[in-house]
Design a protein around this ligand. Structure first.
Ligand code: Z5A
Length: 212
């Protein structure tokens, strides 16, 4: 199956509210595509391992305070510092499953009241996902899943605003899945959608840029 690396990999992004199941589903999707013989890696944003990522991590843990615009730009910088590696991986045939991306950046900052177009601007020119899998869950249901309350943003009233912001960002690359279904059912739907996308990219679909 190594011949599959002759063509490019797909950029697949998982988005949704906190506790919607992104982390669980990224690892299931990774195994699914690996079993089929594809080159695939699992990524996530924020990437807390870089210098910028550590600033973000301390902000999220409420260990530091930052102006809303400043933290927005740090989240964006954290994607820019991975952009060229992302392109290299995709062009060498590796499919990337990315847990959160620019849509989180815009949804969370605009939920705080920042202008949505201002929020999108620093994301322009990053690679556009081939597929955005939106794990749809009512904020109340997500809150019931537990583990809530540790980090900044993990509050029901704020998650409701994020939910609203996400609705403004849907584009043709989005596919919505009901994240309240049993884990295995969600997994199956995501697998089919991802496979379809990987095949389309193999056939030569061009890479494009976000919001430009
Ligand atoms: N943020 C931002 O502001 N700007 C940006 O640009 C970016 C992010 C990229 C940290 O993100 C915060 O940064 C995040 C957005 C903001 N804040 N919030 N909220 P993070 O990625 O580090 O953290 P997270 O997204 O909140 O991830 P999470 O807590 O790990 O949630 P999850 O990945 O969506 O869910 P999970 O861990 O897979 O599942 C949660 C629980 O539900 C777990 O117990 C599962 O077993 C259970 N689960 C999962 N699926 C199901 C189903 N189908 N049924 C029942 N139970 C389920």
């Amino acid at each position: 199956n190594n011949h599959k690396s002759d063509s490019r990999g797909a950029l697949i992004v998982l988005e949704g509210l906190d506790r919607c199941g992104k982390t669980s589903q990224s690892s299931r999707l990774l195994s699914f595509l690996e079993r089929l013989g594809y080159l695939v890696e699992s990524w996530r944003f924020p990437d807390r391992n870089t210098g910028v990522g550590q600033m973000i991590s301390s902000y999220l843990a409420n260990e530091s305070q930052l102006d809303d615009h400043a933290i927005h730009l740090l989240f964006s910088a954290n994607r820019w510092e991975k952009r060229s590696l992302m392109e290299t991986r995709l062009r060498s045939g590796t499919t990337l499953i990315v847990d959160r991306y620019s849509y989180s950046g815009v949804a969370f900052s605009s939920a705080k009241g920042l202008d949505i177009e201002w929020c999108k601007a620093p994301e322009m020119g990053l690679l556009a996902p081939d597929l955005v899998l939106y794990l749809d869950i009512p904020p109340e249901k997500a809150a019931e899943r537990g583990g809530y309350g540790g980090e900044r943003y993990e509050q029901l009233d704020f998650q409701r605003k994020v939910d609203h912001s996400y609705q403004l960002l849907h584009d043709v690359s989005w596919k919505t899945v009901d994240a309240c279904l049993p884990i295995e059912d969600v997994e199956k739907q995501l697998g089919e959608m991802a496979l379809d996308c990987v095949t389309t990219c193999q056939k030569g679909k061009a890479l494009s840029q976000l919001w430009s």
